[in-house]
Each structure stands twice: as structure tokens, then as C-alpha cells.
Design a protein around this ligand. Sequence first.
Ligand code: TYC
Length: 118
Amino acid sequence: MTHLQKAQTYMAQTPGDGDGDSDADVVVKTRPKTKRPPLYKVLLLNDDYTPMEFVVHVLERFFGMNHAQAFEIMLTVHKKGVAVVGVFSHEIAETKVGQVMDFARRHQHPLQCTMEKE
Ligand code: TYC
């Protein structure tokens, strides 16, 4: 008997899935791992100099709030020192922060806006 014939005889007589190893009938379920991208809170900080109307305008202009919502959030920042004004993807949050900081600087107000991972 040749080596090939011996191997074929062995495979035919050996239980299992036919490839000679011990993984017969082992099924491993995989779940598609689609991790959602992290979200970032955009925060507005209080200061003593930026006019209230300017902050209200910022919230209307860059965060799509109506006047009542904007006034309410502005007052929260004024009283508590900070408030979350929106939650976004990293790229959108970065854009919002940049827009607010730019707008404040152009109007010579010290208003600060930052982002942090949720
Ligand atoms: N504290 C400011 C004032 O009294 C108003 C203000 C509110 C400033 C919110 C910044 O993010 C801010 N004029």
C-alpha cells in the first residue's frame, strides 16, 4: 500500500468531519460588531462680560433653539456656570465649538465653548 492509500484508509475509518481534527460539529456564532461612534457634549461656559442677548443669539443661530429655549439655557449657564447645549458626533461637535468661538472672538466677547466625550 502506498502512503496515499494508507492516508485515504485512515481518513475513511476516522470519525469526525473528515479533516482529521477535532472540530467536528463545532459552530461558533459571530455577532456583527457595529460599535456606534462616541457622542460628545457641547458645553457653554459662563463669564462676567458676554451680554445675555449675545448668548441667546448664539444658541438660536448655532444650536437651532427657539428664543424661549435659548433664553432658558442662557439663564442656566448664567446661574450654574455651565450647561450642555447639544450632543453630537465628534466632527459636528468640533464644528459647533469652532463656530461659537469664532463668532464670540469676532464680536470681542470672552464666551467659551468646549466639548467632552459623553
Ligand atoms: N454672565 C453673563 C452676564 O451676566 C451672561 C452669560 C450667560 C455669559 C451665559 C456667558 O455662557 C454665558 N452678562
